[in-house]
Design a protein around this ligand. Sequence first.
Ligand code: NOJ
Length: 740
Amino acid sequence: MKFSFNISSLAILFISSFSFSQNYEAKVDSLMKLMTLQEKIGQTVMYGGSWDQTGPIIGTNNGKYIREGNMGAMLNAFTVKGTYDLQKVAVEETRLGIPLLFGYDVIHGHRTIFPINLGMSASWDLKMIEESSRIAAEEASAEGLHWTFAPMVDIARDPRWGRVSEGAGEDVYLVSQIAKAYVKGFQGDDLSKHNTILACAKHFVGYGAAQAGRDYHTVNMDEGELRNVYLPPFKATVDVGVETFMSAFNELNGVPTSGNKFTLRDILQDEWGFKGFVVSDYTSINEMIPHGFAKDSLDAARIGMNTGVDMDMMGSVYRKYLKKLAEQGKVDETTINEACRRILLAKFKLGLFDDPYRYIDKKRETETKYKPEFLAKAREIAAASSVLLQNKDQVLPFSKSTKSIAFIGPMVKDEYDILGNWAAQGDRKGQAVSVFEGVSEYLKSHQMLYAKGCDILNDDESGFSEAINISKKADVIVLVMGEGHHMSGEAASRTNLKIPGIQPKLIETIREANPNKKIVLVLMNGRPINLSDEVNLVDSILEVWFPGTMGGAGVADVLFGTHNPSGKLTVTFPRNVGQVPIYYNMKNTGRPIPDNNPTEDYKSNYIDSPNSPLFVFGHGLSYTTFKYSDLELSSSTLRFTGEIKASATISNTGNRGGHEIVQLYIHDKVGSVTRPVKELKGFQKIFLKKGESKVVNFTITAEDLKFYNSEGNYTVEPGEFEIAITPSSDFKFKHTFTLE
Ligand code: NOJ
């Protein structure tokens, strides 16, 4: 069914005067000439529908606000039926008939859910990640959505922070590359197509650096760290044309980021030339009051608009106060005009003025969700995102002829948590493939034993005896455990990084009952987990994150070797929470620990823990083995305008084909500001058949070595650099070149 529409005569007049022209700026100008100040303000207002809840409940009067022209966008409203009814009011019952913009958190899929973003990042597969967001856009747009609040491109270096699950990890270079892939997938090459949606780079900025890993908490950092670490992924999205930004909840160096002139005006608009619009996070403009930055709601609206937050999400302060502020001369009308312009421009680009119902098509809605090819891709990505952390005695992969396997744990048959946090409209009741179901493709029922053992969180041990019982009957034991999906994501910070509840006790109990049996731990979680005890209790650990709709099938493919794992960590796994924050590219300190004496006194170490993490950034095993030959450089000197090539031969020395993620690291030895001990500067994911070797080449130019110095200049300094091509971040440099 296609809907016909009946747009207001005023709007028809102005639209037809530009038919076939793509000059959106002129169209916006022309439309804005017809608009009253209140109507312009209306475009800057967003409220939520009731199809989902993604923040505190706030009563709104959507129908009334739309009719009055006091609302330009909605979140949490989708489906053809829902968006049609609302759009019809905007188009037919308002003076100008300006269509609404529908946005939603389509974070790692809309109906077909892919692994959580931290999981997908572990694939280091930019093409796959772009495909995931393309599919998400197909499904979301088929339900009337025009806009996703994704990707989250916050650097996250604190596993206590629940939102580490929503990003691509701790590294600046990798997060930036992945950010671009998401944006390209969502926005496609032409926004006016009905299957492309606006992307939104969030949360601008520094949100991931919340003190103590507590969500929404204070952020303090110097400008060097802001520019060298936290801003680049945002800049990367601007470079590929991201249409929208979301300002964050946190304050940054004393100024809330939803009222931060330095980041929103000076950097985003003036330095980067961003032409899209900025939406606040959910009531983040109002939250400048408890931050102690705005006196009251009127003041908050003034600051938000004046600093470049173009749209107010759920806060009501723009709707209520902008007109008054304009009348009082506290907000210039040109500022409101500019915000309105940016929002209308996005609506034009989406083609909403050509057809406000372009995205609302019943046939497409029915045909698009859970397409077989989407599910196949979700399965492939679930497998590619899995990280084999440990595999003693090559317990994995299993063979189909294994006599019996005991599957134990609260997540073996789970079809609910497996989708992870922010799973949009993923069906948690029946659509997702559990690990048990996935494995049953490989094993006959008499080979599979099952006991839940315990819940994720409560302390009821009554299931232990059954679990022990079946564990004794089986050849091998697979424990499927982890966090509940609500234990990561927004407002889900933890101070304890262990596997929650009594699951660790169950692991110990199963090991005691089976001292010589092989045990595999399959882990679902949204953050780095402290596995210091488990590494000694089990033989293999497969980190599958929350793997999504086809998660169980993808995990089974890895367990049985149909898919050889190649995922590598994009975030460091600490030994204990006391090491946090811990990430691979820290600074050296003036008293680094000597290699040959890590506990030496008066050095930068702990008296009760090694400095090193349990699993490093970039770590991940395969069912085959790879050998790296020594790196070769085309020259030991790099000229400022030249380039050098670094190459290494990688050989598959094991018994099966596999993918390997080859990583390039560089260390700037001396700088006018100190530089990290190593920095990822490139990577390639290659496939090698058994016995095959490939030469992997990287080109390095001075541009790759730039950083913001203490004067705030983006520059490169001559001197010596160390370089390595390696399988993970755990290595010592052996080669150098000089920039001159
Ligand atoms: C708050 C979250 O911080 C943000 O990421 C999300 O997009 C909005 N709520 C809307 O749901």
